[in-house]
Design a protein around this ligand. Structure first.
Ligand SMILES: [Zn+2]
Length: 253
């Protein structure tokens, strides 16, 4: 028993040291969305990221092989939304497919007249219910300024925990379904009007596609531009703070 305890202790203390401190620092420095985390939370995120890398299987697409920097960056960003929720939220699937830059998804849709339309859609990411997450990786963060593909796709994964994605993940005890609906419905309606009127919006206009996209894009903004999200949609911000159990506006030293 002593040996087992010692092994666990040793493994625990040694774990994040299995990645070079310089690599942790380089990856974290490239992720301003981690700014609100205090030192204990950063350590917990590193440990969760290593668990994530143990449980998920990365594969590259289009002759791309994600290197350690990319894997660690994706793991940290994927774990950020579930830092206070636990990695179980991502259970039941393993694959993460990484493309170098954006990619094409062939689509087939039948319209209201029964006519089949086949087209190709440019995509930055895609999540499959019970299946893999597909992501684009950009070496230069300037290439995807304003967006966080990883948080976006993993927000869809959380939404899928409650069935068909509709912009409402399973809420915690103590959260109010009506308050969530009211906050998101009003914000979505306002946002769609602003996009229709071709106003400049802080959130990506893609959020107007569907309430599930609005939730995913609002989740990106919650972590990457929390002040702007709070300014535009404070009720949505508060619901997301209750759901993610984090408050990125409060940067703690
Ligand atoms: Zn989406």
């Amino acid at each position: 028993m002593f040996a087992a305890l010692f092994a666990r202790f040793f493994q625990r203390t040694d774990r994040t040291a299995s990645v070079a401190a310089s690599l942790w620092q380089a990856v974290e420095a490239s992720l301003p969305c981690l700014a609100h985390l205090n030192p204990e939370e950063r350590q917990a995120l590193r440990e969760m990221a290593l668990d994530f890398l143990d449980h998920k299987v990365f594969s590259g697409a289009a002759d791309f092989e994600p290197d350690n920097f990319a894997r660690l960056s994706i793991a940290l960003q994927a774990c950020l939304p579930v830092l206070k929720l636990g990695l179980e939220a991502y259970a039941g699937w393993r694959g993460i497919i990484v493309y170098p830059g954006d990619f094409i998804i062939p689509r087939r849709e039948v319209d209201e007249n029964g006519l089949l339309h086949e087209y190709e859609e440019d995509a930055l990411g895609e999540s499959w219910d019970g299946g893999p997450v597909v992501l684009s990786w950009f070496d230069d963060p300037a290439d995807y300024a304003g967006a966080n593909v990883v948080i976006h796709e993993f927000a869809h994964k959380l939404d899928m925990l409650a069935g068909e994605p509709d912009g409402m993940p399973p809420l915690h005890a103590g959260m109010n379904v009506e308050a969530w609906r009211e906050a998101f419905d009003a914000a979505y309606e306002d946002f769609c009007q602003r996009v229709d009127a071709e106003e400049n919006t802080e959130l990506d206009p893609y959020a107007a596609e569907h309430p599930a996209e609005f939730f995913a894009v609002a989740s990106e903004a919650f972590f990457t531009a929390p002040d702007e999200l709070f300014r535009d949609y404070p009720a949505v911000y508060r619901q997301l703070a209750a759901f993610y159990r984090q408050d990125p506006r409060k940067a703690t030293p």
